[in-house]
Design a protein around this ligand. Sequence first.
Ligand code: HEC
Length: 95
Amino acid sequence: MKTLLLLIPLLLVTASAAADARRGKQLHDSHCMKCHDTGVYSRSNRFVRSPDALRAQVDRCGLNAGARWSDTDIQDVVDYLDQAFYHFGSGQAAP
Ligand code: HEC
């Protein structure tokens, strides 16, 4: 029983991380495909090599895209890009 109680928050966190990445994909697809497509995230010479660099790049490109994004929006897009392309595993753990 105790184990079950411990598991519940974990399941909730996992479910919400997936939802955030889904939201991130929607934000991404409606704002971020004007200058490049998703090919830049998986090309062999991509320059983003850490979770911090990814966050910084999303922030920078978000300004370029003219999107007024909250920290949550940026984090959701970072989650999406990480899960779909970069696989740093930063997810929700990133500050
Ligand atoms: C105004 C044009 C523009 C828009 C809009 C734009 N980007 Fe970019 N982005 C660039 C350019 C230019 C590069 C560098 C591409 C290169 O080096 O070939 C880049 C590169 C990137 C990279 C790094 C790819 C790598 O090499 O690892 C990421 C991540 C990224 N963009 C995310 C986004 C996100 C998220 C959005 C939506 C908020 C977005 N971009 C919208 C111009 C843009």
